[in-house]
Design a protein around this ligand. Structure first.
Ligand code: NAD
Length: 385
């Protein structure tokens, strides 16, 4: 089976090993003459970035680099990115990296031309219509992790440091015009990042699949995405150079983000406040809550999970699938409790109360198949301790 193809759903994706070499041609066809290359400081030091610069240099592309991007990016990263975009008179963005750099790159291209504060564009109702859509610069997205699927998404996540909350900023034109999904770029991911990002892709597919509502396209995509993760994440984790497994994980990541337009759920509702308050890795945090949220949702999803298990060749329905998740977590050395995830964790009652309150108002809570009450959120937190 060839790993090379061209997809236009939900945007154009140039998929396959080696396709990063097409970046100059992609910029040209997007009409971007002077891109700002947005990445994070860790990646900026790695060969994967140097090799990409060599491709751009050879083609004579006139670009500049911005890499002041925290994992879980914050408003000051955005302000600095916008300043770089404006001072360099850039006309587009190459967003290159994991979800953090992709989101920040998308947010810079979006916000550089707006006059209202970024928080006015939170994903609430039709707030996105407040934006001047003609002023949004085009983005070419190049993922180097296989998890968030931000490359195919119309949103960027930004932490509001004043309120310690992660906010989703949405606009349809934030969707990158072209994605280069080259699995060779993910080969250098450390094991823990491979595990965490892969579990993020799984969480996206699983929550989308379990979310109530009629969306057979999302369901179908999520189902196959889950199968791809279960079969390929252990392989990519065991041997980071396994390009076929890396490629399938890259597909699963994009599929997760495509499917979650249907909805997410309590895994994310809990993971978001934990990430905002403790700066934990998003995917790893999702992995931690996954079995507890499955148990909580069981009455509403048992039959769905039976079909899912059968599709994935797992016997034992809901219990069989849950066992598979627990085995996968062990295989990938996912921390089994919040205390393992956050060394020295000090979470008193007031803090737990705050997290539960943040979880129930998180925009993802509405997609959970069982209502996430404050008591339920507290109980899930307790279990994860
Ligand atoms: P990340 O982007 O924060 O990167 C984690 C670490 O991995 C960084 O240190 C980075 O330098 C390193 N890294 C990335 N690629 C590498 C490679 N190929 N080789 C070696 N090191 C590499 O991690 P992530 O999980 O991809 O993204 C998490 C972020 O994405 C969070 O901010 C989260 O809120 C956001 N997110 C966004 C969406 C969305 O729909 N837009 C969805 C989920 C999560």
């Amino acid at each position: 089976m060839t790993l090379i193809s061209k997809w236009n759903f939900p945007t154009t994706i140039l998929f396959g090993p080696g396709r990063i070499s097409e970046l100059p041609a992609v910029l040209k066809s997007a009409g971007i003459a002077r891109p700002l290359f947005v990445t994070d400081p860790g990646l900026a030091k790695l060969p994967v970035v140097a090799d990409t610069f060599a491709i751009l240099d050879k083609a004579g592309v006139d670009y500049a680099v911005f890499s002041d991007v925290k994992p879980n990016p914050v408003e000051s990263n955005l302000a600095a990115g916008i300043a770089a975009f404006k001072s360099g008179s850039h006309d587009g963005v190459i967003a290159f990296g994991g979800g953090s750099a992709l989101d920040l790159g998308k947010l810079v291209a979006f916000q550089a031309g707006q006059s209202r504060p970024i928080w006015d564009f939170e994903d609430v109702g039709d707030w996105w219509t407040r934006a001047d859509s003609a002023a949004i610069a085009p983005v070419i997205a190049v993922p180097t992790t296989a998890g968030t699927g931000s490359e195919v998404g119309r949103a960027g996540v930004l932490t509001n440091e004043a309120t310690h909350t992660k906010k989703v900023i949405f606009h349809p034109k934030m969707l990158p015009v072209t994605v280069i999904a080259d699995p060779e770029l993910t080969v250098g991911m450390p094991k823990a990042i491979t595990a965490g990002t892969g579990m993020d892709a799984l969480a996206h597919c699983l929550e989308a699949y379990c979310a109530p509502g009629y969306h057979p396209m999302a369901d179908g995509i999520a189902l196959e995405g889950i199968r791809l993760v279960l079969e390929n994440l252990p392989r990519a984790y065991a041997d980071g150079t396994d390009i076929e497994a890396r490629a399938h994980m890259m597909s699963a990541a994009a599929m997760g983000a495509t499917a979650f337009q249907k909805g997410l759920g309590a895994i994310h509702s809990l993971s978001h406040p934990i990430g905002a308050l403790y700066d934990t890795h998003h995917g790893m945090t999702n992995a931690l809550f996954m079995p507890h949220v499955l148990d909580f949702n069981r009455p509403a999803i048992e039959e769905r999970l039976e079909r899912l298990a059968a599709y994935c060749g797992i016997s034992g329905g809901f219990d069989g699938f849950r066992r598979k998740i627990m085995d996968l977590r062990t295989e990938l050395s996912v921390p089994s409790t919040l205390r393992d995830l956050i060394p020295g964790l000090d979470m008193d009652e007031a803090r737990r109360d705050l997290i539960a309150e943040m979880a129930i108002v998180d925009p993802t809570a509405g997609g959970n198949p069982v209502e996430l009450t404050k008591e339920a959120a507290l109980a899930l937190l307790e279990k994860s301790m």
